[in-house]
Design a protein around this ligand. Structure first.
Ligand code: AMP
Ligand code: AMP
Length: 362
């Protein structure tokens, strides 16, 4: 485990007038880099050859480091190069998708914005639920064994990313039937089924509010944007008549292909704001100093306007890409041209100015 002192020693050697914002070239990198450029900070992109076109078309990366695989970030050579560039890493969904929690907490000796200790609370579904429940949020019920299924559930695979391989079931019998089918189709393994997480399927609409927690501004939690996802195949099933749906026996899958901006019914906003604050406050107790920077709650809102939270991401989510430039919620607080990538860069700039950089990195 890399400790705060280890990171501090690295930062002590940094030239603070030449800080660079660095991240993996995917997910929300354009958002992060554009934000840094808007705040006058240099940017370094670790990217695969096939994706370099993005940074030719959108010139937001000052330096491109081409790798064959994102795990090269763990190599001492690359890390030394990043330290020489005075790089601050901004973690996003591809970090947790392509690197393990252990690798992120033990092998990455480059300062990273955020609280590494929270990664453990987030990576494990049980501890994540504990965190959210203790914060007073409403959660979908969970079931220990398929035999306990007494309502519609969503079966989630351990470590599954973006809903890949999720499926729905109404009973133990249906669960077993579907699991067998998916194994046969090579979509999941027997081991996946044994460690599956069974969660009540909440019927409602998905809302993903994105917040920013500023630890250098007394832990204030800002609501900066809101989105919903465009998921295939689940968002396409309604396009065909129910009779055909039954005939071809479709299993909805949730592979994300994009996001839509969303503005919430205004009377729901106070609760969404309280939820963000409560989650951060609980995080301060569980893993001080709590959430540093961006986070997102994944929620479903039902017809009686109850807000169920089924997951938290304690980092920037790709849904904030809808706000590049501006979004209504960022506008309400900051006026034009504020968005998550820029808010991150602003925090880094303020931290450097106030000699508090050590308080936003881990
Ligand atoms: P990628 O680098 O595109 O493979 O994404 C890394 C992780 O982030 C995967 O688990 C994706 O499912 C997730 N992800 C990527 N883009 C989005 C998006 N627009 N909305 C939600 N999740 C996303
Ligand atoms: P996740 O991988 O947790 O982001 O979930 C992928 C998708 O599954 C979400 O975007 C939702 O559409 C759906 N989903 C996840 N959990 C639930 C739930 N408990 N109730 C209803 N829909 C859910």
């Amino acid at each position: 485990m890399i400790e705060a002192q280890d990171v501090q020693r690295v930062v002590d050697k940094y030239d603070l007038s030449k800080i660079a914002v660095c991240t993996l070239g995917s997910h929300s990198s354009l958002n992060i880099f554009k934000g840094a450029k808007d705040e006058g900070i240099r940017t370094v992109c670790i990217c695969k050859e096939k994706d370099a076109i993005m940074y030719q078309k959108y010139p937001v990366a000052d330096e491109l480091i081409i790798v064959n695989d994102f795990t090269e970030l763990l190599s001492e050579n690359l890390q030394e190069r990043l330290r020489r560039l005075n790089a601050i890493l901004i973690p996003h969904g591809s970090f947790t998708a392509y690197l393990s929690t252990e690798q992120l907490t033990c092998s990455l000796k480059v300062p990273m914005m955020g609280n590494r200790k929270l990664l453990h609370w987030e990576a494990n579904r049980k501890s994540q639920e504990e965190w959210l429940r203790q914060a007073g949020l409403l959660l979908p019920a969970t079931f220990k064994s398929p035999d306990d299924i007494d309502r519609l559930v969503i079966a989630k695979l351990q470590g599954a990313k973006g809903g890949r391989g999720y499926f729905l079931a109404n009973s133990a019998k249906e669960f077993n039937k579907k699991a067998d089918e998916m194994i046969k189709r090579g979509l999941i393994t027997r081991q996946d089924v044994e460690t599956v997480h069974l969660q009540e399927y909440v019927l409602g609409v998905n809302v993903y509010p994105s917040y920013f927690s500023s630890t250098i501004d007394n832990g204030d939690v800002e609501l900066l944007s809101m989105d919903r996802r465009y998921e295939t195949a689940v968002d396409s099933i309604g396009k065909i008549p129910a009779s055909e749906q039954l005939e071809i026996n479709i299993n909805p899958t949730y592979t994300v292909v994009g996001n839509f901006p969303l503005v919430l019914r205004e009377s729901l906003l106070p609760e969404v704001m309280r939820m963000g604050e409560a989650v951060h406050k609980k995080a301060v107790e569980l893993a001080p100093p709590g959430i540093i920077g961006p986070f997102c709650l994944e929620t479903v809102i039902t017809d009686d306007l109850k807000i169920y939270t089924f997951e938290i991401s304690a980092r920037i989510v790709a849904g904030t890409n809808i706000g590049i430039g501006t979004s209504p919620y960022a506008y309400l607080r900051y006026g034009e041209n504020m968005y998550m990538g820029r808010r991150i860069a602003l925090e880094i700039k303020n931290a450097v100015k106030q000699k508090q950089l050590q308080n936003i990195i881990a």
